[in-house]
Design a protein around this ligand. Structure first.
Ligand SMILES: Nc1ncnc2c1ncn2[C@@H]1O[C@H](COP(=O)(O)OP(=O)(O)OP(=O)(O)O)[C@@H](O)[C@H]1O
Length: 586
């Protein structure tokens, strides 16, 4: 089954395909359609006050009773604003529901992604999707759709009103609009959607340059290279500025020139030019001219709002594309059925794996880590040691072959059971921003405070925890700023408490000073007794105590045996032993 597993790392950016916006908005299509219909009815009702205004003007001119048109005027405005209010209320409720559903779906999705996926995608990028992109949809669902309908239908109803009153005045109102659209399309060369897509792509390059610059800025400063990197960053920004200006200039110039024809004053001039003459000819009443000119002067603002809402729709479409791509990321197939593990033996059978399909990192690895033994994994940097152990806890799934624990393929072990079975100590342990006690109890949430403290004592971190502002309740990162060594001891305490039958230790005491490391090694020895232990190490002296040492090179097992056997064999291990790189530690 894993042969079907491709190792591509699908990006979270790229071209949007397949109507992602519709896919995301599907759950709110029905309430949105109702809201749009209500808003459309409200917008069409905007002609009521116009007609009432006409009657009002006529009535006042001829000294008649105007209470009826006045009533219609107020009723028309009331219907219009009630429709808008109800429509927006519906879309806001729909939006709240959509946001909650999307955030639930996204967090469930993140829980089903392979752990290795998080190494390949920055947390900033994921945060952008879960927070910012879901927020971008708010503008679209709660506002833009309903407001766009109002912006299109209200001017359309106004225009129809003008024609209904007097076709000559109607033509006078439509003329500046035709001029606006003609000039705009003549001056803008490229479609605005295309421009936005290109601007967005350029912006992504700048954003990557910013991340790139800040990620390494400390080291670069130390080595006096910050200026060089800053230079590259400013060059990218400058290129963006030039390209951005080049891309949007035609559209901005077109908009600036064309919008001259769509202002209240141009509208008024056009209507009055035709209207005054028409009144003088006796074709049009003066009251009609006044009311139509008032309506015409309101139209430009509404029409120009349609243009600005296009930006919100484009942003939402981009955001929806990113959300859909995250939802489409391949998941780790998981089972819920608790597996019967025979013992804690780990078997690796003909395993092949690569992070990318075309670059295999591990080739035909076959190994057995018998229960209750310690195996050291050694080999030059990049040999594939960490990758092999990462496959054991399904950071990724193998491309070929099988990894079994107690006779069961790791892919058939439920995730929770897998983590109850295999404990991992990484070189740079991750401590989530919860209390120190909760951090230690992560592997066994039901542990009592006394058990947590016992584990901390064994990991030589108890006294340091007591010195924190809130002791065991200090929150990591807020009350407790911990050094790398301290974080590693907390991770060791966590592992001691979790008490898993299989342990993977990746340079377990690398961040701890030698004296403390010696003491900690004693604790680790207690921890590793009677367990299946896989130790990744660069310190060959520590392999002396291992039951077996496996040497990996270029993703293949090249030798294995005890320290003495390997030295006698005189191969890669013996060369490494005699090499400079272990001289320091001997
Ligand atoms: N997330 C990743 N994406 C792509 N390639 C990776 C990733 N992690 C490791 N590699 C590559 O896989 C190969 C094996 O790396 P791995 O970290 O397993 O080696 P290692 O023997 O543990 O090295 P070290 O002793 O330096 O930790 C290397 O070529 C490395 O560049």
């Amino acid at each position: 089954m894993s042969d079907q597993h491709t190792r591509q790392q699908p990006g979270l950016s790229g071209k949007i395909t397949g109507g992602p916006l519709f896919r995301i908005l599907r759950p709110v299509v029905a309430p949105t359609a109702v809201a749009v219909a209500i808003q459309a009815a409200g917008s069409l009702c905007s002609v009521i006050p116009f007609f009432a205004l006409l009657d009002l003007a006529e009535g006042l001119t001829h000294h008649q009773d105007v209470s009826r048109p006045l009533l219609w005027f107020i009723a028309g405005l009331g219907i219009q604003s009630t429709c808008s209010f109800v429509a927006l209320l519906i879309t806001h409720f729909a939006d709240v529901e959509l946001q909650a559903t999307l955030r639930r779906t996204l967090s469930a999705k993140l829980g089903r992604l392979p752990l290795g996926w998080f190494g390949a995608h920055s947390s900033g990028r994921v945060r952008q999707i879960v927070q910012n992109d879901v927020d971008s949809l708010h503008q679209l669902v709660a506002h833009t759709l309903v407001e766009s309908v109002a912006c299109v239908l209200t001017p359309a109803a106004g225009l129809l009103f003008c024609f209904a009153v007097d076709w000559r005045l109607g033509l006078a109102v439509i003329a500046p609009m035709v001029l606006y659209f003609t000039v705009f399309s003549a001056l803008s060369q490229t479609g605005s959607r295309e421009i936005m897509a290109r601007v967005s792509a350029e912006l992504a390059v700048v954003s990557a340059a910013v991340t790139d610059y800040f990620r390494g800025v400390v080291v670069l400063k130390v080595f006096g290279k910050a200026g060089e990197k800053y230079g590259r960053f400013t060059a990218v920004s400058e290129r963006f500025r030039e390209e951005f200006t080049g891309l949007v200039r035609p559209a901005m110039r077109a908009q600036a020139v064309a919008s001259v024809f769509l202002t209240a004053s141009v509208m008024a001039c056009s209507v009055f030019a035709v209207g005054v003459w028409s009144v003088q000819q006796g074709w049009t009443r003066a009251a009609s001219l006044l009311v139509v000119s008032a309506v015409a002067m309101m139209l430009p603002a509404a029409i120009l709002t349609v243009a600005t809402s296009a930006q919100a729709r484009a942003d939402a479409a981009e955001a929806a594309g990113r959300i859909v791509r995250l939802l489409d990321e391949p998941e780790l197939p998981a089972t819920d059925r608790e597996a019967e593990l025979r013992d804690a033996t780990v078997e690796v059978r003909d395993v092949g794996f690569g992070y990318r399909a075309e670059e295999p990192v591990l080739h035909d690895i076959t190994l057995t880590f018998p229960a209750r033994t310690t195996t050291a994994l050694v080999g030059p940097s990049g040999a594939g040691k960490s990758t092999l152990t990462a496959l054991l806890v399904r950071f990724h799934d193998v491309d070929r072959g099988q990894i079994r624990i107690g006779g069961v393929d790791v892919r058939d072990i439920p995730t929770r059971q897998l983590y109850r079975t295999v404990g991992v100590l990484l070189q740079q342990p991750q401590l989530p921003a919860v209390s120190v006690a909760d951090n230690i109890a992560l592997g066994r949430p039901a542990a009592t405070r006394a058990e947590v403290e016992r584990a901390a004592r064994e990991a030589l971190i108890h006294d340091r925890i007591l010195a924190l502002p809130n002791g065991y309740d200090s929150v990591v990162g807020t009350d407790a700023r911990l050094s790398g060594g301290e974080a590693q001891r907390i991770a060791i305490a966590r592992l001691l408490l979790a008490d898993t039958p299989v342990l993977v230790l990746d340079e377990a005491t690398s961040a701890i000073d030698p004296d403390a490391a010696a003491l900690l090694n004693a604790a680790l020895r207690r921890l590793t007794a009677d367990r299946t232990v896989i130790v990744i190490t660069h310190r060959l002296d520590s392999t002396k105590e291992a039951d077996n040492t496996v040497v990996l090179e270029h993703g293949r097992v090249v030798e294995q045996g005890t320290h003495a056997q390997l030295l006698e064999h005189g191969g890669v291990y013996a060369r490494m032993w005699n090499d400079d790189f272990c001289e320091v530690t001997r």
